[in-house]
Design a protein around this ligand. Structure first.
Ligand code: C2E
Ligand code: SIN
Ligand code: SIN
Ligand code: FE
Ligand code: FE
Length: 398
């Protein structure tokens, strides 16, 4: 019979007070490593040990790890090390009076830490019948030299509590990690998607040898129109990227027509008009919102509000909204900037032409927006404007 079993250690009311003190702190803490520190502190006070640690299994690295204090790196030991390893393997608690007289003791950590272990308790941390780690207390402090059976019972009590708390923190951390990874993957996919669209748009631009960066300017103007039109930010972004592809079908038009310096003959122009249908065919079978919108825009950006456009001669709201928006941007840009077949028009002439086309070529509301914010839209084309600054128009030579 060990003498100290007859002593009462910490009074039950003191234990209860400690639990009440720690419970709210533990409940408010969701990070596993901080929980390990808190639980170890609580354990140390309840069983009156010099050191306490909760060792958890790291399945990936086949090790046990713990955190003993904030700001200190985590500690790691092999799964089979010493008393902790024994409790882990057997699922049994240990109550040891003199570590050095027990063959299971692993002296290496004493040597490393310049420490002398005497009394030890270990208690498996179990949750749902699975051992997830071990709660360890080293060196009883105070009047007694050894841990008592009562200490072991108390260690068991807080081990059950710790295991449950840590299990749910670990689960939450795993879920959080998955959510972050998924979000990261989705972002990567999205940016790869956007990047491809930009490259495709540039391919069509490169083919048609337009002056400056027609497709990017059309995309910027379309986005501004969509914003004033009251579309959601998500729709604005879709329109921006989908507009980059409005002339994708030009990849199917012969160089002779595409790069002709002067006016097109009627025969050449009817070849040119095929770019709408070609663009739509290229994008038609896509599944994403972005490419569906791009197919709408490529197919219908030369339709007119009054039904006299091409390729289908649809009118009014039968024309997809994004295509109605993009056609305003397309013509505004074709008139305001130099093309291979025409120089840039003066501001007055562009404004007049756009206004004249209100309700015939373009949806009236879109021209109203353009006129209400004319200075903002047109300032992009000025020599000190946004497009020259962004490299979307060549700087004018002095
Ligand atoms: P784009 O250069 O992107 O021009 C888009 C649209 O802007 C044109 O569609 C037209 O509606 C309008 N636009 C362009 N220039 C003028 C203009 O001088 N006056 C007026 N009122 N509107 C203009 P559209 O007509 O269906 O032409 C489609 C594409 O065909 C043009 O795309 C351009 O690549 C090509 N294209 C049109 N006309 C000519 C031309 O005379 N010569 C050459 N080489 N290509 C032309
Ligand atoms: C430790 O490093 O404290 C664990 C080894 C043992 O239980 O003896
Ligand atoms: C065009 O000339 O092709 C378009 C100008 C218009 O009628 O609005
Ligand atoms: Fe076009
Ligand atoms: Fe265009």
């Amino acid at each position: 019979m060990r003498i100290q079993d007859e002593y009462t250690d910490l009074g039950d009311s003191k234990v209860a007070a400690l639990l009440f003190e720690y419970m709210p702190k533990i409940a408010a803490e969701h990070r596993t490593d901080s929980l390990l520190v808190l639980m170890a502190d609580l354990g140390r006070q309840i069983v009156q040990a010099d050191r306490c640690s909760l060792w958890l299994i790291d399945e990936e690295r086949n090790e046990l790890w713990t955190k003993v204090a904030h700001g200190v790196d985590e500690l790691r030991i092999p799964l089979s090390a010493g008393f902790v390893g024994y409790s882990l393997k057997t699922g049994e608690p240990l109550l040891i009076d003199d570590a050095y007289r027990d063959s299971r003791f692993d002296r290496r950590s004493d040597l490393k830490n310049h420490y002398h272990t005497t009394s030890v308790m270990t208690m498996p941390l179990e949750s749902d019948g699975r051992v997830m780690g071990v709660f360890q207390a080293i060196n009883k402090v105070g009047e007694n030299v050894f841990f008592s059976k009562k200490d072991l019972e108390r260690l068991k009590l807080i081990s059950v509590y710790s295991a449950k708390t840590i299990e749910s923190a670990l689960r939450a951390e795993t879920l959080e990690r998955y959510a972050r990874e998924l979000e990261h993957k989705a972002e990567e996919l999205k940016s790869a998607h956007m990047e491809l669209i930009r490259i495709l748009g540039e391919v069509s631009e490169f083919r048609s040898q337009e002056v400056g960066d027609h497709i990017h300017r059309v995309a910027e103007i379309s986005l501004k129109l969509a914003r004033y039109f009251g579309l959601s930010e998500e729709q604005q972004e879709l329109i921006y990227y989908a507009s980059l592809l409005h002339d994708l079908g030009k990849v199917g038009i012969s160089d002779m027509v595409l790069k002709k310096a002067g006016r097109l003959t009627p025969e050449e122009f009817s070849q040119m008009k095929c770019h709408s249908a070609i663009g739509r065919t290229l994008l038609r079978d896509s599944k994403t919102d972005l490419l569906c919108m791009a197919a709408d825009i490529a197919g219908a950006h030369h339709e007119r509000w009054d039904g006299t456009g091409y390729p289908d001669g649809v009118k009014g709201e039968q024309i997809p909204r994004a295509a109605r928006i993009c056609s305003v941007a397309d013509v505004l840009d074709a008139l305001s900037s130099p093309r291979c077949y025409k120089p840039a028009w003066s501001e007055e002439r562009v404004k007049e032409e756009m206004l004249r086309s209100r309700g015939t070529y373009f949806q009236p509301e879109l021209i109203d927006i353009l006129m209400d914010h004319w200075d903002e839209f047109y300032s992009c084309y000025k020599p000190d404007g946004e497009f020259v600054k962004k490299g979307l128009l060549p700087p004018v030579k002095a």
